[in-house]
Design a protein around this ligand. Sequence first.
Ligand code: FES
Length: 87
Amino acid sequence: MENQIRITVCCGTTCHLMGSSEILIYKKEIEERYNHQVVIYGSPCLGNCKEYAALNAPYVMIGEELICQANVSKVITYLNKVFDIKE
Ligand code: FES
């Protein structure tokens, strides 16, 4: 689908250990929530976890925006702003 927002979830070791897989578990629900205007992919290490930056894992890219300490709630909050959804 054109104009979909790509969400890239880091599945590297550090991000996986810090919980990135939770976002992938809810992939289908998140994509449906936004009428498939978003698409979620898993990715090898995004390269943000080096040295102390590991403390900010897991990392997720939403379009060009880097989300640190990402979780489902942060992704939903960000997407609600993008789509101007108030809850
Ligand atoms: S493991 Fe996620 S940025 Fe490296």
